[in-house]
Design a protein around this ligand. Structure first.
Ligand code: ADP
Ligand code: GLC
Length: 482
């Protein structure tokens, strides 16, 4: 099949979270399975033309945004797996410090920036004679393409028979803008209604996709159910229930090219299920790098996370006094909300032997923490899938997770047969504390712990199975269009 895959972040070029990992690994697996795939993504300022050997096409994009003519270009690149990637080049929109904003503030012209990306993706198909069977959209940044295909591009021969799939990676981010943003997209005001793109007086980019895409998926089966409830539907549960027939949950995979301790270039020593001696080296390396006491017996509990309300770090903070009294060490890596950053900074200052915090985004340190920790904490309030707990399994780092969304789908409790981690049910700090205590008790049983590590390390979350599930949805979409 011919697939156009559009995403606002693709690892290793640009990344703020798991969307980047998925946008790298899924297209690569689809290509390996014989599909023709083109990925379209912005060329942000951080993506260096020479480093990635990008080639400029002798074509100009000319797109009208709010009545202004904006020109842009395409830079062609190739992922490490040989997937062709068209980088949309528009310096005024994309050559900035951040992907979506700076200093905790979204860019005020995000509607224009991502409207440009949406049009550019379709114009790229037209200019290069690429007629996709399916256009695969990801999150609010590219969701409006579903509306553009239906209302603007249908008469273009290259787009004419294309169907659309929107994958929801996170319903909490919807791309809400003032109503005038409809003019950034170049769509008619008639589409600004509650049954189309309006959301409580605002224009919702995400809703454009929820309404107009042929099929919808999200990144775990449990999250597919949760988003149809008023508790977790972010006000969109009604429309998701209406579209339940077209909505599927496909669990993400893990990209073991980047996340496997047998060949991870970032870690102090490789290790495997058969030979865990390297993990001891990685633990000492982590303690040294984070300035923690070099105590091998103390369990290290790591946490690698965007610091937003979603991730439930407040549950940890609420019980910090009790938690920091336990015989273990905590390592946090993350950035985001200033209140959470400041609280973690304060704890690290007050308890330097117990807790270390690295504020910021650091790819290398994320690997060092996965490899050197004994446990990984993911206490999310909601979690569409979650990737860090899946990576942790491969590193023999036992996840402690809240049983929600994809966390519930990927981790089995250690009290059950073939368990791989520790789960707590509610977003309740006492339950989090109890789960950590339970994990520490189990940790002191060396033989039982080793068995638990092995259960996790032997789990296979590679992308082949999810890719096959996407293929099935693509086929349904193609049949719809025939
Ligand atoms: P989300 O996409 O909601 O942030 P996921 O668990 O799906 O959550 O994906 C998070 C990805 O981002 C993982 O690859 C993780 O290692 C990475 N990550 C998160 N925060 C940081 C950070 N501060 N530094 C480096 N990598 C990070
Ligand atoms: C989102 C979700 C996360 C998911 C990732 C990739 O950022 O928050 O749970 O793993 O997308 O699908």
């Amino acid at each position: 099949m011919r697939i156009l895959f559009v995403s606002s972040e693709v690892a290793p070029y640009s990344k703020t979270g798991g969307l980047a990992d998925v946008s790298s690994a899924l297209p690569a697996t689809l290509k390996k399975r014989g599909h023709e795939i083109l990925v379209v993504t912005p060329r942000y300022g951080q993506i260096d033309v020479a480093t990635w050997d990008l080639r400029r096409r002798r074509l100009k994009l000319t797109i009208s945004i709010k009545g202004k003519t904006i020109q842009g270009g395409i830079l062609d690149g190739q992922s490490p797996e040989g997937v062709p990637i068209a980088f949309v080049d528009q310096p005024k929109y994309f050559e900035r410090q951040g992907l979506y904003g700076e200093n905790g503030q979204d860019y005020t012209d995000n509607d224009e920036r991502f409207a440009f990306l949406c049009h550019a993706a379709l114009e790229t198909c037209i200019m290069s004679g690429f007629s996709p069977d399916v256009i695969h959209l990801n999150d609010w940044q590219t969701a409006p393409i579903a509306a553009l295909v239906q209302h603007i591009y249908r008469d273009k021969p290259e787009i004419n028979s294309a169907g659309t799939l929107l994958t929801i990676h996170n319903l909490g981010y919807q791309g809400l803008f003032p109503p005038e943003a409809i003019m950034s997209l170049g769509l008619d005001w008639q589409l600004f209604t509650p049954s189309t793109m309006e959301f409580f007086g605002k224009l919702s980019f995400l809703k454009a996709g929820l309404v107009f895409a042929d099929k919808l998926t999200t990144v775990s089966p449990t999250y597919a159910q949760e988003i149809q409830t008023s508790d977790m539907g972010f006000g969109l549960d009604g429309i998701l229930k209406d579209r339940a027939e077209d909505l599927r949950g496909i669990l993400n995979g893990a990209n073991y090219r980047d996340w496997d301790p047998t060949h991870d270039a970032f870690i102090a020593s490789p290790f495997s299920m058969q030979d865990l001696s390297g993990k001891t080296v990685c633990k000492a390396d982590l303690q040294q790098k984070m300035g923690l006491p070099m105590n091998h017996d103390a369990a290290i509990i790591g946490c690698i996370s965007r610091l937003s309300d979603q991730k439930g770090i407040d549950l940890f903070l609420k019980k910090a006094t009790e938690l920091l009294d336990l015989d273990c060490q905590f390592v946090f890596l993350g950035e985001g909300q200033k209140d959470i950053e400041d609280s973690l900074d304060k704890l690290a200052f007050e308890h330097p032997h117990r807790l270390a915090f690295h504020r910021g985004y650091n790819e290398e340190l994320a690997h060092v923490i996965q490899a050197g920790s004994d446990m990984l904490l993911v206490p999310s309030r909601y979690e569409p899938c979650g990737l860090t707990q899946i990576y942790a399994l491969r590193y023999g780092t036992v996840p402690i997770v809240r049983a929600v969304g994809g966390l519930d789908d990927t981790i089995d409790d250690a009290d059950d047969e073939f368990g791989t981690g520790f789960k707590f049910r509610d977003a309740d700090s006492s339950q989090l504390l109890a789960a950590i205590k339970r994990a520490l008790t189990r940790y002191s049983d060396r033989v039982g712990w080793r068995r638990l590590m092995e259960s996790g390390m032997s789990m296979d979350f590679s992308w082949d199975l999810p890719a096959r599930r996407y293929e099935a949805v693509y086929k349904e979409i193609r049949n719809l269009r025939k």
